[in-house]
Ligand binder design. Structure first.
Ligand SMILES: NC(=O)c1ccc[n+]([C@@H]2O[C@H](COP(=O)([O-])OP(=O)(O)OC[C@H]3O[C@@H](n4cnc5c(N)ncnc54)[C@H](OP(=O)(O)O)[C@@H]3O)[C@@H](O)[C@H]2O)c1
Length: 252
């Protein structure tokens, strides 16, 4: 597995802001994008430092030279209206927490919202008012969080549970299952499709979908995990996004 550390996706703007998913040091392999710029590049790449901006914002900036004795200063003026509003779903997950936090650290560039499944998850990431609680399987619960967003980062995933009784000292492999209603078909397909549909309806300008390698291999071992076919359903959602017409980035 290679580590993707640079995604050369840049839109024209006065100033390109660092990307949210960018500084994750996340193990990634491929990036697909609807950007013509990235289309010219090999489908998979392993460059060395991650610095892409899926939702660039433009900031008016100017320099001033003060009178004698003062050094030149650069002033960046950005009103709330200039900032990109970004919604991170699965914001309390392993990856989602990092992305949400990294974007929060860039409050001069992004207005950040989180979307989590439970009030407990909301507390996990600080319980701020910008964190919405809902279920991606229920489109109505997604609507308030999506109102007025510029970009959506999808970091939800079905979560396999280990069957009780596994004893590593006895060897063998643990078995996994998915809870009723939380199979990959419901979460990774229907749930991601719902997010794409609601975001599109809300006028989103860019969707970043973090998926998984191996989606085109139905025999991939991860598909047998809990009989969930998880990669098959994730792949179906990727294809749906690619066909949606919304500018997108898929990281896997
Ligand atoms: N972690 C990695 O190393 C890695 C590497 C490559 C790709 N990825 C991909 O990145 C994505 C995220 O991975 P992850 O490891 O961060 O996942 P994770 O830790 O399992 O987080 C998944 C999140 O999705 C949320 N979720 C599940 N069902 C939901 C529902 N019905 N409504 C709302 N939220 C729901 C979960 O909330 P609850 O906790 O409340 O259930 C959880 O916070 C996945 O697609 C994965 O394949 C991850």
């Amino acid at each position: 597995m290679a580590t993707l550390t640079r995604v050369p996706l840049v839109f024209s703007s006065n100033r390109v802001a660092p990307a949210p998913a960018a500084s994750l040091n996340h193990k990634c392999n491929c990036v697909a994008s609807s950007s013509p710029l990235t289309r010219k590049l090999p489908h998979c790449s392993t460059p060395s430092s991650l610095s892409f901006n899926p939702f660039s914002s433009s900031f008016p900036s100017f320099s001033t030279r003060q009178n004698k004795g003062f050094r030149r200063t650069s002033v960046v003026v950005a009103s709330m209206a200039d900032l990109s509003t970004v919604l991170v779903t699965g914001a309390a997950g392993r990856t989602g927490q990092i992305v949400y936090k990294k974007l929060k650290e860039r409050s001069d560039q992004f207005v950040v919202r989180g979307f989590v499944r439970t009030p407990e998850s909301k507390e996990t990431i600080g319980g701020a008012d910008d964190v919405f609680v809902g279920d991606i399987r229920d489109t109505t619960s997604l609507v308030p969080a999506m109102q007025g967003i510029d970009a959506l980062i999808i970091l939800t995933s079905a979560v396999p549970r280990m069957k009780p009784g596994f004893d590593p000292t006895k060897g063998g492999r643990p078995e996994f299952y998915f809870e009723d209603g939380a199979y990959p078909e419901q979460v990774d397909w229907i749930g991601q499709k719902n997010q794409i549909d609601v975001a599109e309806e809300a006028g989103v300008k860019q969707i970043v979908l973090v998926g998984s390698m191996g989606g085109t291999n139905p025999n991939h071992p991860l598909n047998s995990l809990g009989n969930g076919n998880i990669l098959v359903w994730k792949r179906k959602a990727e294809q749906y996004l690619a066909d949606s017409g919304v500018p997108y980035t898929i990281i896997s």
